[in-house]
Design a protein around this ligand. Structure first.
Ligand code: ADP
Ligand code: MG
Length: 350
C-alpha cells in the first residue's frame, strides 16, 4: 500500500490559486502523442485523428463517497482515477487523458493535496495517461473531486451495453466482493479505534480485501488481453455497483434475460473467510457488494475456445431470451430472480 507521509502543514492561502495549481501539477509528464496542448492554456487540445473518442466523468464527495478517517489521501487520488479509467475500459477503449477538478476547504493543508496528487500521479504513470487540465476552487464543507477521463478506440472496437445476444456467455474478470468486505473490516476498525484510540488494528488477515477497497485497479490488462486473444465482447460494463445491478443493465440494454450459476461466481478465499467471520452470505456480497471495478461482459459461444482456461476470465452464466427472466441458479439448483441490491430476496431463500 502507499502511505501518506507529509507531517508538515502549509496553509493553502500562502500559495494562492495559481501557485497551488502550478505546484500540484509540476511533475505531470506528457506521454500520449494525442496530447497537443496540456495544462497551462484556457483549454487542452487533443488530436485523435480517425479514432472515436469516449468521455466519462465521476464526482466524489467527502462523507458520501469516501471517509477520510480511514482512506489515506494518496489512495483516494489513485482510486478517483481508477473509477474513471474503469469506465473507459468498459467501452473496450484505451484511456489517454484525464482532467482533475477539486473543491477544497482551507481545513486542508497543502501537504494533504500533495498526497492526493501523488496518488493521481502514480495512477497516471502506471496507466500511461496524461493529466491535461482541471479546475481548482474552494469549498465551505468537505473535499470534492471530479475526474473526467478521455479514451479512444477504432469504431469497430467499441463495446456497448446493448450488444448481447441469446446464448452468449456471461464472463466476469477477477473475483467479486472483496472491496465490500474490505470496507466492512475498515469500518469495524474505525469503531474499535473510536472506543480505544490506543488499539492498533491488525489488518494482516485482511490485506487482500483492504487493498481491493483502498487501491482498486482498473482492468486495462483485460482490454489488452481481449485484443491479443482476438475476442470482441458483444456487450460489456464495469462492476461498480455489484454484479446483480450491472448484469441487469446488460439485460435491459440488450433486451435479454440471464442465468447466473452461484457455484461459478469467483470469490477470493479471504472473502469467504471474512464473510464467515461477519456471518454474511458470500454470494450476497458478490452480487451486491460493489466497487470491485472488474469487467462483466458477454461473448459469443464461438469465442469460448479462445478464453477457455484463462485465469482472468470466468464464465458465470449465459444470456437467455427476455421472457426467461433474470435468474440466479443456486447451489441447490433453485432459480431465484436477480434483483438489484437483492439482500432480502437472497436472505429469504437461505
Ligand atoms: P481558467 O481560469 O481558464 O479556468 P485556471 O486558472 O482554472 O484556468 O487553470 C489554469 C490551467 O490549470 C488550465 O490549463 C487548467 O486546466 C489547469 N488546472 C486548474 N486546476 C487544475 C487541477 N486541480 N488539476 C490539474 N490541472 C488544473
Ligand atoms: Mg478554472
Amino acid at each position: 500500500m502507499i502511505e501518506d507521509k507529509n507531517p508538515q502543514r502549509t496553509s493553502l492561502e500562502e500559495l494562492g490559486e495559481f501557485g497551488l495549481i502550478d505546484h500540484l501539477t509540476r511533475n505531470f509528464e506528457i506521454k500520449q502523442t494525442s496530447t497537443i496542448k496540456s495544462i497551462g492554456d484556457d483549454a487542452a487540445v487533443l488530436d485523435f485523428e480517425s479514432s472515436q473518442v469516449v468521455v466519462t466523468t465521476d464526482l466524489l464527495i467527502e462523507n458520501v463517497h469516501f471517509d477520510l478517517s480511514y482512506v489515506p489521501l494518496k489512495h483516494l487520488g489513485y482510486k478517483a482515477v481508477m473509477v474513471n479509467l474503469s469506465d473507459v475500459y468498459a467501452m473496450n477503449a484505451n484511456a489517454t487523458q484525464i482532467t482533475v477538478s477539486i473543491a477544497v476547504s482551507n481545513r486542508f493543508p497543502l501537504e494533504a493535496l500533495e498526497d492526493l496528487y501523488a496518488g493521481i500521479e502514480t495512477a497516471a504513470k502506471l496507466y500511461n495517461i496524461d493529466v491535461v487540465g482541471g479546475d481548482t476552487t474552494s469549498s465551505t464543507t468537505g473535499l470534492i473531486i471530479s475526474i473526467t477521463a478521455i479514451g479512444t478506440a477504432k469504431k469497430d472496437k467499441l463495446v456497448y451495453r446493448s450488444g448481447a445476444k441469446p446464448n452468449d456467455l456471461l464472463v466476469v474478470t477477477g473475483d467479486l466482493g472483496a472491496a465490500y468486505m474490505g470496507l466492512q473490516v475498515l469500518e469495524r476498525e474505525k469503531e474499535v479505534f473510536k472506543v480505544n484510540p490506543q488499539n492498533q488494528p491488525d489488518l494482516s488477515p485482511y490485506t487482500y480485501i483492504v487493498e481491493r477497497q483502498l487501491k482498486p485497479e482498473a482492468r486495462k490488462d483485460i482490454i489488452e488481453l481481449l485484443d491479443k486473444l482476438e475476442v470482441k465482447p458483444t456487450s460489456m460494463i464495469d462492476i461498480s455497483d455489484g454484479l446483480s445491478s450491472e448484469v441487469l443493465h446488460l439485460c435491459k440494454h440488450s433486451d435479454l434475460g440471464v442465468e447466473i450459476y452461484e457455484n461459478k461466481i469467483p470469490l477470493d478465499p479471504q472473502v469467504i473467510s471474512t464473510c464467515e467471520e461477519f456471518n454474511i452470505d458470500s454470494t450476497t456480497i458478490a452480487l451486491n457488494g460493489g466497487e470491485d471495478y472488474e469487467l462483466l461482459m458477454t461473448i459469443s459461444q464461438d469465442d469460448f475456445p479462445k478464453i477457455k482456461g484463462n485465469p482472468n476470465l470466468t464464465v458465470i452464466g449465459y444470456m437467455t431470451e427476455k421472457d426467461r427472466g433474470t435468474l440466479l441458479i443456486t447451489r441447490g439448483e433453485q432459480a431465484i430472480p436477480i434483483i438489484a441490491k437483492g439482500w432480502n430476496a437472497m436472505k429469504n431463500e437461505d
